[in-house]
Design a protein. Structure first.
Length: 281
């Protein structure tokens, strides 16, 4: 746990920070968040993440107590206070202290610092499994704090030896509970859904990193295509590009980590490193 966090623009020792019991995030699960990495003290693609955070807030009629530039400065102050060279930042904006148990009020803004993600190396060298589930996230473009379905399914996910749950709706692929999904088909095209999903920043970076290497298609994707894919991989801020080798116990392609998942992970990481190196403090 990082030493310091921030609540409504004040940096506090994390052990002393607290939120009141009547916050709408506690009573009704109403709130939004975002999550990104930093390295050399520099937040990854901060503008894109802040854009998404403020858009999510607006769509949910929540008004952050700090303007975007203030929050940006504040995040850097928190990173400096904690003194870690690399890690992750979570922004949370809650519904605020509700007067009647239901209506939002002035949101509370929390900034937490976490360690650098540490998935086992085998997840990347051997791949991970998923279980599929019929579900559509309610406000797909909003990064809401509501992960009820994914969390409720954890026992089944664990029982299946899987990492996450893969959402589809009426046979159409959406995303996984905390990641976007790409597939490579037999024609060596890179395909990913283009609607009713959270538009991941990593998804966008992978598309940029893959440009010129293979055809990239964003469109509606049938689950049948996923089961017949040569390769499937997940993307997310905390997991880079992670190969999927099993869905519902069935192998994806030859059941091994494929060339493109490995190659695009490498390209994504080059892209990210170049960004950290050249970003201005
Ligand atoms: C539902 C959902 N889709 C996709 C993603 C991946 O987004 P990003 O690459 O911006 O982390 C996340 C990340 O938390 C998510 O929760």
């Amino acid at each position: 746990m990082a030493r310091y966090c921030s609540l409504n623009g004040k940096i506090l020792p994390q052990q002393e920070a607290s939120l009141g019991l009547t916050d709408l995030a506690v009573l009704r699960g109403y709130g939004i968040f975002d999550f990104f990495l930093f390295k050399y003290g520099r937040p990854m693609l901060e503008e894109q993440y802040l854009e998404r955070f403020y858009n999510s807030a607006e769509k949910m009629h929540l008004f952050p107590p700090l303007a975007r530039e203030e929050l940006s400065r504040h995040i850097r102050e928190l990173i400096a206070a904690n003194g870690e060279d690399m890690g992750a930042i979570r922004l949370v904006l809650t519904g605020g202290y509700t007067p009647d148990g239901y209506s939002p009020s002035e949101p509370n803004l929390i900034v937490l610092q976490h360690g650098w993600p540490n998935y086992p190396e085998s997840y990347f060298t051997e791949g991970v499994g998923l279980i599929s589930h019929h579900f559509q996230r309610e406000w797909p473009e909003v990064k809401a704090i509501n992960y009820l379905t994914g969390i409720k399914l954890l026992p089944e996910i664990r029982k299946a030896g899987a990492l996450e749950v893969l959402y589809h709706y009426n046979g159409v692929l959406r995303e996984s509970v905390r990641s976007n999904v790409f597939l490579i088909n037999d024609r060596e095209e890179l395909i990913t859904p283009d609607s009713d999903i959270l538009f991941g920043i990593t998804r966008d970076s992978v598309i940029k990193a893959a440009t010129g290497l293979l055809p990239i298609i964003t469109r509606e994707v049938q689950m049948e295509e996923v089961f017949n894919a040569r390769e499937v991989f997940l993307t997310g801020s905390n997991k880079s590009a992670m190969p999927v080798v099993r869905i519902d116990g069935r192998p994806v392609g030859d059941g091994k980590v494929g060339y493109w998942a490995k190659t695009l992970k490498g390209k994504l990481e080059e892209y990210r490193e170049a960004y950290y190196q050249r970003a201005e403090v």
